[in-house]
Design a protein around this ligand. Structure first.
Ligand code: CDP
Length: 211
């Protein structure tokens, strides 16, 4: 069971991916963390986020970077991640590890921006998770506040819109739904309802009813 989940910032794809992975008892890879960790490494070395050669070299050596999730999930790192993620050499450096993860014999769930389009175009199940920018900003503001980060709803909404535009507008693996992805709009769905809807999508793909 290989499931590819993509979507814009704070759409709920991470929560959904974790739930699906637990349900099917397969490992889950949050690929955003790879870009966040790359950005953190670049910042720690004092390089510029736009420095493609240095960023790619950090991406290649990621196993050596400390995955401090607390720090990586911060607002600052989400923004920085989307800058390094637009650099083609950085994306190239991270492809193999993601594909290896996806090729695990028992299956896997991966979530990100280009899983269905670039990393696992062969995945039998692809879900593109969306929600309105306001709903996503509300969820992200709650999440950041829960982590003790001081947040302002308007600033978070602005971040999200800016990041969406950067992720969808870049030329390297832009954020978009694969042609065979099913879109799941979670604007009006809570975590349970989104999970139930995703499960129906998976079951439909696994045992398609024709006609
Ligand atoms: O949790 P959230 O959706 O805010 O962010 P994330 O999934 O951790 O991704 C952070 C940033 O990394 C995104 O804004 C993208 O620019 C980049 N990213 C990407 O380009 N490709 C992926 N497969 C995953 C993340």
């Amino acid at each position: 069971m290989l499931i590819a989940i993509d979507g814009p910032a704070a759409s709920g794809k991470g929560t959904l991916a974790r739930r699906l992975a637990r349900h099917f008892n397969v490992p889950h890879l949050d690929t955003g963390l790879l870009y966040r960790a790359t950005a953190a490494g670049v910042i720690d070395k004092g390089y510029r986020l736009e420095d493609g050669a240095q960023a790619a070299s950090i991406a290649r050596g990621l196993a050596l970077v400390d995955f401090d999730e607390e720090r990586l999930r911060s607002r600052e790192m989400g923004e920085a991640a989307s800058v390094v993620a637009a650099i083609p050499e950085v994306r190239e450096a991270l492809i193999e590890a993601q594909r290896r993860f996806a090729a695990r014999p028992g299956g896997a769930v991966l979530d990100g921006r280009d899983i269905g389009t670039v990393i696992c175009p062969e995945a039998p199940v692809k879900i593109f998770v969306t929600a309105s920018p306001e709903t996503r900003a509300q969820r992200r503001a709650l999440e950041l506040a829960g982590r003790g980060e001081k947040v302002d709803f308007a600033a978070v909404l602005e971040d999200i819109k800016k990041r969406d535009a950067r992720d969808a507008g870049r030329s390297a693996a832009p954020l978009r739904a694969a042609a065979d992805a099913v879109t799941l709009d979670t604007t009006l769905l809570d975590v349970e309802a989104a999970f139930a809807a995703a499960l129906r999508i998976v079951q439909e793909k696994a045992a398609p009813t024709h006609g």
